[in-house]
Design a protein around this ligand. Structure first.
Ligand code: SF4
Length: 116
């Protein structure tokens, strides 16, 4: 395989080149060693912060913004969106309140990102 990625670990944004097989990847183009685990994780188990909104009753808006409190494997993204769409909160909600705990046993929570 051969892939190119931009490292987002720091603002330098090195252009990384990843070659080899999934169990033996080589990374070049990194100006520091932090680019290597970033590239390997992006190829083998990419994670993302996920942001969305959920319905809320009694608030000043009909929905409230939420996000994961840690990056979560990207493979869960669709299932998380289905879960989030089923939730309806009741005001008051505080920023940081857990909306869905321990998604799929990952230890990652969905939390509110504002008061309402
Ligand atoms: S490889 Fe190192 S220097 Fe380059 S963007 Fe990533 S963290 Fe920054």
């Amino acid at each position: 395989m051969e892939r190119e990625l931009v490292c987002i670990v720091c603002p330098i944004g090195c252009r990384l080149k990843i070659t080899g097989e999934i169990d033996n990847l080589q990374v070049t183009g990194n100006k520091c060693k932090r680019g290597i685990p970033y590239a390997v994780d992006e190829i083998t188990n990419p994670t993302r912060m996920i942001c969305s909104t959920v319905k809320i009753k009694g608030g000043i808006h009909k929905v409230i913004p939420v996000k994961t409190d840690k990056p979560i494997p990207e493979k869960y993204k669709l299932e998380i969106m289905k879960l989030v769409n089923k939730v309806e909160l009741t005001s008051p909600v505080k920023m940081g309140d857990i909306v869905i705990a321990d998604i799929f046993g990952t230890g990652v929570n969905i939390v509110a990102t504002r008061n309402m």
